[in-house]
Design a protein around this ligand. Structure first.
Ligand SMILES: Cc1ncc(COP(=O)(O)O)c(C=O)c1O
Length: 367
């Protein structure tokens, strides 16, 4: 079996500007401070880049989603719409504010919340919708926003996986009433941990600040974290371009596997960012054990490929309300495989080599 030899795929990459920021923080003592000019400057730069008026820095994307719900006034007893296939922390964030998730299926082309299904949801007590851009697919934000506005719902746009992506020429993060970024250790912008909530609404900002204030900031991002994020933000666009180029090469190299690998469909006017590159391993859509067998072989060959989210389709009715059968969510939870992004910025042959290993491994498995 072929093995990937270009690696390991370290993240974050060695970056002289990050080193300089760390050294500067050491010299000026800001590494020990709660708040200061680095955080203020980062918040302003995020507003510029993501086209919004306010950015609240916080301790993670998970906390960011919860703060966004609180900022939008979601309360105990409310319902919040969530895709049946999404990051598990988003389900928990809804529960954390005392609300109840209403699960809506994902679209089979974008793998994100299905805007057509959203328009059909029965509204018992819905106050908000969480919509995530996942795995290189982008949610149909114009339609999601149209439905939400018609029905008086707030929208949390989860951009944790896709900072720098755009839709119809507009940055993701500028569509929702509040939008969330993650600066977790594996993310495209990383400070080891951290996040941000973006909004145009000063009242949303104020509510989040009041909730987070416990005599001190309870969910902060430190000066040191802000300092290392700023140079990465400046490089985001260029790095996203390189990743997108590699993705196109991988897609081309795996196009002969169309019978076995179903990628997220290309979308008109969409410029994705790649934290993960996803396929549905088609044989696993009916035989889930085949995905596990594939992943074991891929990992043995050092390909940085893993399974996707478990999704919520089989969660009990006690914890959530379900709209329809959630068949796409169910299918993706058992068939998704995800290529992790660092390889996309590694040696230019590495991405192609991973594609060849994928090809080789699948052909052996299904032979
Ligand atoms: C879609 C999505 N939302 C939210 C998060 C949470 O971000 P964090 O790890 O910073 O809490 C993640 C993390 O992977 C994610 O993929």
């Amino acid at each position: 079996m072929q093995e990937v030899t270009y690696g390991p795929f370290d993240w974050p990459p060695a970056d002289e500007e990050v080193r300089a920021a760390l050294e500067q923080a050491y010299r000026d003592g800001s590494w020990g401070r709660y708040e200061g000019p680095q955080g203020t400057a980062l918040a302003e730069e995020l507003c510029d880049q993501f086209g919004c008026a306010h950015a609240l820095l916080c301790s993670s994307g998970t906390i960011g989603v919860e703060l966004a719900l609180r900022g939008l006034g979601v309360e105990a007893g409310d319902e919040v719409v969530l895709a049946g296939y999404d990051f598990p922390g988003n389900f928990r964030a809804i529960e954390a504010v005392g609300a109840r998730p209403v699960l809506v299926d994902v679209d089979s082309e974008t793998w994100c919340l299905d805007a057509k299904q959203l328009a059909k949801v029965e509204d018992d007590a819905i106050s908000a919708v969480i919509v995530s851009h996942l795995h290189g697919g982008l949610a149909d934000m114009p339609r999601v926003m149209e439905t939400a506005q018609q029905r008086g719902w707030h929208v949390v746009e989860d951009c944790c996986q896709q900072p720098g992506a755009s839709l119809g020429g507009r940055p993701v993060g500028s569509w929702g009433d509040a939008s969330v970024l993650s600066f977790g250790g594996s993310k495209l912008l990383t400070a080891g941990r951290g996040g941000s909530v973006l909004t145009d609404d000063p009242q949303v900002l104020q509510r989040m600040k009041i909730y987070a204030d416990r005599g001190n900031q309870a969910f902060p991002l430190s000066e040191l974290q802000a300092a290392v994020l700023r140079p990465q933000l400046r490089k985001l666009e260029e790095r996203n371009r390189t990743r997108a180029k590699r993705v196109a090469e991988i897609r081309q190299a795996t196009s002969g596997l169309a019978y076995f690998l179903r990628p997220i469909a290309g979308q008109a006017g969409a410029q994705a960012a790649y934290y993960k590159l996803a396929w549905s391993f088609v044989p696993a859509e009916t035989q889930p054990e085949l995905r596990e067998q594939l992943l074991v072989r891929l990992q043995a060959a050092k390909a940085p490929i893993d399974g996707g989210f478990r999704g919520f389709a089989s969660r009990g009715e006690r914890r959530c309300r379900k709209h329809g059968g959630l068949s796409n969510s169910r299918q993706l939870s058992q068939s998704t495989i995800l290529l992790h992004h660092p390889v996309l910025l590694a040696h230019e042959k590495a991405a192609l080599q991973v594609a060849l290993v994928l090809d080789d491994t699948i052909r052996q498995l299904v032979a």
